[in-house]
Design a binder for this molecule. Structure first.
Ligand code: DLL
Length: 435
């Protein structure tokens, strides 16, 4: 397939030039952060590093890391590097315990982010002739807004569907001849399944490409979606902390995602020691935002396990590639595209007067994630009637929904019926095979 580029000069820039560009941007960014973010300045001071010590990407390793724990501590404004009057947007995602991650954007941040998403759409074959159906969630989640902005930049006719209402998705897809579908891979598989049930064959579906990400998905799942929808399915990666989707995107080769290296400097580290690992080794992915103004995280630990590679790509892009994430170093689950931490569930249980004796069971039935939480009743509840227990389950499920953004099936079980562990409690049973 002939490759088009959205920003050819950058996407095919010789590696040495990209590195030079990164070095220049890094020096400026460290100065910006040091001068404007007291929280990070303290971390640098503690480590004995000054902006003058950073003369290029070879000095990156001298800088301290940031993690979700820092975001929680600095919540909500502690990592903001611009006055609020210069910010035009926030997005947010689940954090550990009760506090969400809140990311801020200036207009320039939004522009560069949308460029990253536009690169992904063009790499998937998108042009201004396309009709792009955005079925990622809109709102605080970054998926909808990011791909929506990218679609505008490419000049596609944009269908801002958000997620859900599958019948309506299918009606618009057909009536308006959508050619590109953007959503989570599990939602794409669900749409494909619904189309099949309605009697559509792949050649009757107008789509030609899909841009799917926000959760782990396997090559088998890719092949299934491609076959059922009659499309080519492209992976896209990102996280709220680095702006959202578009940190990395797949090209026609479908062998990993090109990192938008002019904006995001990627490293792989040993998650235990923090030591930087050479290219090709598996470890934790760390990003430094080189251009972000409002929320410029330096050396942010994603907790995603990954590998980077500079192998030549047949698409002509020189941007380094990351493999599909291979797991996480923390206990974050992604259920129906939503990030869930066991600690959030614990917080709800304690708030609602339960003991933190619980078990989360996640499975995939067809293409849907099931999400069950078994919770031990308190002894006094155990004497309740069946209808009383059902009401308690409903109330607890509701509190969970408020905290997590998705609805689990809550089952109250007798006191002391969840096996006590002698070592680490097994809180999560994930029966899906995603890696
Ligand atoms: O999921 C941003 C996004 C939206 C990416 C739409 C792609 C498409 P968060 O909700 O902050 O942001 O979740 C970020 O999701 O650290 C990974 O663990 C996981 N993740 C994101 N993309 C992929 C992917 C969005 N393509 C967290 N494959 C990340 C596997 C992914 N995991």
């Amino acid at each position: 397939m002939a490759q088009n580029y959205y920003q050819k000069e950058i996407e095919t820039m010789p590696v040495e030039e990209i590195k030079k560009l990164q070095s220049e941007k890094l020096k400026k960014q460290v100065k910006h952060v040091y001068e404007n973010v007291a929280y990070y300045r303290d971390l640098m001071d503690k480590k004995g590093v000054k902006p003058e010590d950073i003369n290029g990407i070879e000095d990156l390793h001298k800088l301290p890391f940031l993690s979700k724990a820092d975001l929680r501590e600095a919540y909500p404004y502690g990592l903001l590097a611009k006055p609020l009057k210069d910010c035009v947007r926030i997005h947010s995602t689940s954090g550990t315990t009760g506090k969400r991650v809140v990311a801020f954007y200036t207009q320039n941040d939004v522009d560069l982010w949308e460029d990253c998403c536009a690169r992904a759409i063009v790499a998937a074959g998108g042009t201004n002739e396309d009709v792009c159906q955005v079925a990622y969630g809109y709102g605080l989640f970054t998926g909808g807004a990011g791909l929506h902005g990218g679609s505008h930049k490419v000049g596609c006719l944009t269908l801002p569907m958000s997620s859900g209402f599958t019948e309506r998705q299918i009606q618009f897809m057909n009536d308006l001849s959508a050619t590109i579908l953007c959503c989570t891979p599990s939602y794409a598989a669900y749409i494909a399944e619904s189309l099949k049930e309605m009697g559509y064959t792949p050649d009757q579906i107008p789509l030609k490409a899909g841009i799917f990400g926000a959760e782990p998905w396997t090559e088998e799942m890719r092949r299934g979606i491609e076959k059922d929808l009659g499309i080519k399915a492209y992976d896209i990666y990102g996280l709220t902390e680095t702006s959202g989707p578009g940190v990395a995107f797949e090209c026609c080769e479908q062998t990993g995602m090109h990192v938008n290296e002019d904006h995001f400097l990627a490293e792989i580290i040993d998650p235990d020691t923090g030591e930087v690992l050479p290219e090709g080794e598996k470890g934790e992915l760390v990003f430094t935002a080189l251009d972000k103004e409002a929320f410029p995280l330096l050396r942010y630990r994603t907790r995603d396990i990954c590998v980077l590679s500079r192998k030549k790509c047949s698409c002509g892009r020189t941007l380094i590639k990351m493999a599909k994430p291979m797991g996480r170093t923390d206990d974050m689950l992604i259920i129906r595209g939503v990030n869930v931490f066991p600690s959030q569930i614990e917080t709800v249980l304690l708030n609602d007067g339960y003991q933190p004796n619980y078990q989360i069971i996640v499975d995939r039935v067809g293409n849907n994630d099931t999400f069950d939480i078994n919770v031990e009743m308190n002894p006094e509840q155990f004497t309740d009637t069946v209808s009383g227990i059902t009401a308690l389950e409903k109330a607890l499920a509701n509190s969970m929904k408020v905290m997590l953004g998705i609805n689990p099936a809550v089952h109250l079980v007798p006191p002391k019926s969840i096996t006590r562990s002698e070592g680490k409690a097994v809180r999560v049973i994930d029966k899906r095979k995603l890696h």
